[in-house]
Design a protein around this ligand. Sequence first.
Ligand code: SIN
Length: 281
Amino acid sequence: MSELDIRPADGVGAYIGGIDLDRDISDAALASMRQTLGDYGVLFFRDQNLSPEGHIKMAERFGGINVNRFFGHVEGYPQIAEVRKEPEQRSNIGGNWHTDHSYDEIPAMGSILVARELPNRGGDTVFANMFSAFESLSDGLKETLMGLRAVHSSRHVFGDKSRYQTENSDLGDRLGNTDAARQDAVHPVVIRHPISGRRALYINSGFTTHFDGWTAAESQPLLNYLVRHATRPEHIHKFCWQPGSIAFWDNRATWHYAINDYHGQRRLMHRITVQGDALAA
Ligand code: SIN
């Protein structure tokens, strides 16, 4: 049995106490955190003091590190992606509903985000629960979705024709490697979660372009409906960052959205993305 204190949050996720993540994680605590990810989708931690080395070590306990191709990295730590916004910048990274790396054939299982520098107020992250989003649909729509697959792509988000390249965005100093934005993947619209076996909705507004075999125009109304449904208040939890906070989310069970409401202040986060497994219906 693990010593962890696990308190489910409203909407999605669980607050985890009773662990110092900078120390060795016991096998029992690891098993308990994995199971909690499978059950609740996000682990929220407070009052941690996790060094970059500890961050890498923690991620490696959960699987291989999946280095993001498009984000800048923390100097000296190529495994750690930098999620940064300076006081003079307007655009933030992650300011839309998405789940990380869904454009990959084998998407990342999770992401561990560590707060390094926070604005005085704002800069929170909202998470949405893809288990409850699916389970609360009508039986008819569930049946339809279980027969569908969807196409996910990195091209329109990170490629040379993406919004941040062509519109008035100042993300250019923080994102790059547009040539690498060549991934397209087709995944079931409803997956069985690899840990808990629960069904979860697996599309997102960031990377999903259309249903397989449908046009983008045919797909958009249903995708829009699903986004509206999945982001209803009962499916979401707003995580208010504090010094020492960490969020570890499961990309197969949740979406997230970084709120961009702190212009004029710096926000710096370190993110490690952990390797996943192939997805199945
Ligand atoms: C992300 O989308 O990975 C960044 C989330 C955040 O900065 O809160």
